[in-house]
Every structure is written in structure tokens, then in C-alpha cells.
Design a protein around this ligand. Structure first.
Ligand code: FAS
Ligand code: PHB
Length: 394
């Protein structure tokens, strides 16, 4: 079998790249190790930046997002028992964010790919990538007991943090930067109305909390928990009780609880791979970087990687130019490090760090108090949260 671009991974990165390449007339095959149901079952991101929603429109899959997604013009920060609204629209000259779950983004992309009859191999076992330092890379995998080889011009590693592509890059050619946080996020999804019409980010001495949502009838909540916690320790009742302790009285009084339809603990890390290109193999999305989800950047960063990679492939095939390919890694990394910085900073001022002593909490309160009373402080939160312009700092 042969194609122009072999995409490894059918998460949002791989599916979005596949859809954009199809629109540009470039052939691609997606190879995914899990089933479609498994991919859809992972509950992750919830907030899309304008750059991401524009790309989904460009891919021709934005209809349901605009019909069912929730446009948000601000969010609340709660600390010291006081709620402060960050007016994104006013502070950024009109920018907003879209609350639309990653599961729905993935579903829309899967449906569009299936409707176009484009090739996706699910349940592919033992996926391996070869010869990406040559002009004839290839991918092998096993499916239904048969071994398969896919010859291609390029390999797009969209296979997430635990994928095979980054792991296959020569150690001598790769640098990895990592910071692991001493806590995780316990997430709960419930078919209950959101506690507030916008998101609430909470800095509380008991730990960070986040009140998010998926629709007017479905909510997503998070609690900072020790890395040693296991999901079995957290009954729904224990979750709701702890969340109420971290909320202000108004929100705690309004909180509607109900049975969890998903509950999981995710570790938090900052991680970046340099470079993101190895000959004819490129890393995009979580395959190349991870951010702590506090700044809602993970899925949005994946979207801009995909945009830059798509532009590079179009230049190669339509203009016979390798400029985009040669500049891909540097172009992505500039944006990645800015998002890594904001995600790390926002995590550092909103979570409790027990090992850093009581003074850390006092310094956080002082920083939060300053930010809420400073136009510059509010703007720095807002312009990073909605997503820096693609030409920022150009
Ligand atoms: P993904 O990990 O989503 O997809 C990679 C795909 O590759 C998977 O389907 C995997 O099965 C497949 N794959 C892996 N190895 C393979 C192999 N060897 N062969 C073939 N296929 C292979 N971001 C936010 O903005 N907000 C959040 O709240 C948030 N919460 C998160 C919670 C968790 C537990 C995780 C892990 C991430 C979270 N993220 C969040 C970030 C998340 O949304 C990612 O940014 C997003 O999934 C990136 O999409 P992909 O790059 O496609 O990677
Ligand atoms: C979510 O809804 O899953 C979500 C929203 C905002 C974040 C992180 C996660 O910063």
C-alpha cells in the first residue's frame, strides 16, 4: 500500500490533519492502535481558541460546533472567597472562546472522514515507523493477524505522548524538556446543569478546583489531588463534598450534584520535544508536547501544529518548495513555548504546592490580588487564555 502522508494516530491532531490534507487534495492514511469507541471514550479538553475553531471550519466540520458549542466571553477566578470575572471580550478587543468538548470535535472529524470514504485503520497493532531519514519512509503494522507495510512520502506523528513516533527518533537528534507537577487532576463528568454560566478557576488552601461544562445540561469538574490518589478512593459523594468545600458559598449553594458518567485522574506535566522534525517524520500535538491543562492549551496547540504541518505539505506538493517543511519545527516551537509558559504560570498561581511552605500560598494571594487590580495583569491573563495571535512577536 502507498500514500503521500502516513498519519499515526486518530486523535484530534491526526483526524484534523487528515481532513485538511483531503481538502487540499493530498492523500493520507491514518493508522490508529485503538478502536473508534476507545478514542471517543477519552474525556479531555473543553475549551477551543478562535484559531482552533477557524481550522475546524476550514476542515468543513464546524457546523455542529457552532450549533451546540457555547461561546464564552469571560471566566471567573475565585480566591480568598472572592470571585473575579476575567472579561476576555473587553480585555482582548472582542476575542472569545468556544466551549465544545474534545470528544465532540473528534466525533465530528471521524464522521467527516467516514463520509468522505477516507482510509483509517483502527485497531492496528505493533505500529512501527522506518526509513524516515530517507526519501522513502514506511510504516508497518499488524491487523487481523496480517502484517502490512505502508510506503509514503512523509510520516505525521500524531500519536500522542505515549506514541511510537517520538520514541523512534534517534536519541542523539532529540532533546526533551520536562517538568512533572506534584499533583494530578481528578475529573468528573455529570449530566447536571453547570454551577455557573461561565468557567470558575479556584485557588483554595485545600487545592485547585475547576468548574467547566460541556452543555447546559452536562458539567465537567476537576479537583487537584495528590499524585498518590487512586480513582477508587473517590466516590461521587466524596468528590461533590470536596468540591463544595473549595467553592464560595454562592456557588456551593447552587451546585447540582448527580452520578458521574466518567471519573479519572490525569497527571500534570510540562513537556517539549526539540526538534519536531526528523527527516521525513514530523511530530504534531501531544506527540511533541504536553501542557498542564490549567490554561486549556493542549488541544489548541495541537491544532496550530496541524495548521503549520498542513501548510508545509501543501507548499511541498503544490509549489515544490521545502521551505515550509524546513521551517515547521521552529515555527511550532515558538508558539509551543509561549503556551507552555502560560500553562506553567497559570498552574503555579492556582494550585497548592505543599512542599514550598505556607509562604507560597501568601505569595500566590499577593500575585492574584495584584493581577485582579491591574489592567496589565488582567490583559496578560486574557490575551494568553484566548490564544496569542499566530503572528505574535513576528
Ligand atoms: P491524543 O493523545 O489525543 O491522540 C493520539 C492518538 O494516537 C490516540 O488515539 C492514540 O490511541 C494513538 N496512538 C498512540 N500510540 C500509537 C501507535 N503506536 N500507533 C497508532 N496510534 C497510536 N487539553 C486541554 O486543552 N484541556 C484539558 O482538560 C485536557 N485534559 C487532558 C486529560 C488527559 C488525561 C490527557 C492525556 C490530555 C488532556 N488534554 C487536555 C490534552 C489533550 O486534549 C491533548 O492536547 C489532545 O488530546 C491532543 O490530541 P492529539 O495530539 O491527537 O493526541
Ligand atoms: C474542560 O472543560 O475539560 C477544561 C476546561 C478548561 C481547562 C481545562 C479543562 O483549563
Amino acid at each position: 500500500m502507498r500514500t503521500q502522508v502516513a498519519i499515526i494516530g486518530a486523535g484530534p491532531s491526526g483526524l484534523l490533519l487528515g481532513q485538511l490534507l483531503h481538502k487540499a487534495g493530498i492523500d493520507a492514511v491514518i493508522i490508529e492502535r485503538q478502536s473508534p469507541e476507545y478514542v471517543l471514550g477519552r474525556i479531555r479538553a473543553g475549551v477551543l481558541e478562535q484559531v482552533a475553531t477557524d481550522l475546524l471550519d476550514e476542515a468543513g466540520v464546524g457546523q455542529r460546533m457552532h450549533a451546540e458549542g457555547l461561546v464564552h466571553t469571560g471566566f471567573d477566578m475565585l480566591f480568598n472567597g472572592e470571585r473575579h470575572r476575567i472579561d476576555l471580550e473587553k480585555l482582548t478587543g472582542g476575542k472569545k472562546v468556544m466551549v465544545y468538548g474534545q470528544t465532540e470535535v473528534t466525533r465530528d472529524l471521524m464522521d467527516a472522514r467516514q463520509a468522505a470514504g477516507l482510509p483509517t485503520v483502527y485497531d492496528a497493532a505493533n505500529v512501527q515507523v522506518y526509513d524516515f531519514e530517507t526519501l522513502s519512509p514506511r510504516v508497518t503494522y499488524e491487523k487481523d493477524g496480517q502484517s502490512h507495510t505502508l510506503a509514503c512520502d512523509f510520516i505525521a506523528g500524531c500519536d500522542g505522548f505515549h506514541g511510537v513516533c517520538r520514541a523512534s527518533a534517534p536519541r542523539s537528534a532529540i532533546k526533551e524538556f520536562e517538568k512533572v507537577y506534584p499533583f494530578g487532576w481528578l475529573g468528573l463528568l455529570s449530566d447536571t446543569p453547570p454551577v455557573h454560566h461561565e468557567l470558575i478557576y479556584v485557588n483554595h488552601p485545600r487545592g485547585f478546583a475547576l468548574c467547566s461544562q460541556r452543555s447546559a445540561t452536562r458539567s465537567r469538574y476537576y479537583l487537584q489531588v495528590p499524585l498518590t490518589d487512586k480513582i477508587e478512593q473517590w466516590s461521587d459523594e466524596a468528590f461533590w463534598q470536596e468540591l463544595k468545600l473549595r467553592l464560595d458559598p454562592e456557588a456551593a449553594g447552587k451546585l447540582e450534584t448527580g452520578p458521574s458518567i466518567e471519573k479519572s485522574i490525569a497527571p500534570l506535566r510540562s513537556f517539549v520535544t526539540e526538534p519536531l522534525r526528523f527527516g521525513r517524520m514530523f511530530l504534531a500535538g501531544d506527540a511533541g508536547h504536553i501542557v498542564p491543562p490549567t490554561g486549556a492549551k493542549g488541544l489548541n496547540l495541537a491544532a496550530t501544529d496541524v495548521k503549520y504541518l498542513m501548510d508545509a505539505f501543501v507548499e511541498f506538493y503544490q509549489e515544490q518548495s521545502e521551505a515550509g517543511i524546513d521551517g515547521y519545527s521552529e515555527r511550532c516551537l515558538k508558539r509551543i513555548w509561549r503556551a507552555e509558559r502560560f500553562s506553567w504560570w497559570f498552574t503555579s498561581i492556582m494550585h497548592t504546592f505543599d512542599s514550598e511552605g505556607a509562604i507560597n500560598g501568601k505569595l500566590q494571594q499577593a500575585e492574584l490580588d495584584y493581577l485582579m487590580h491591574s489592567e496589565a495583569g488582567l490583559k496578560t491573563i486574557a490575551e494568553n487564555y484566548v490564544g496569542l495571535p499566530l503572528d505574535f512577536g513576528a
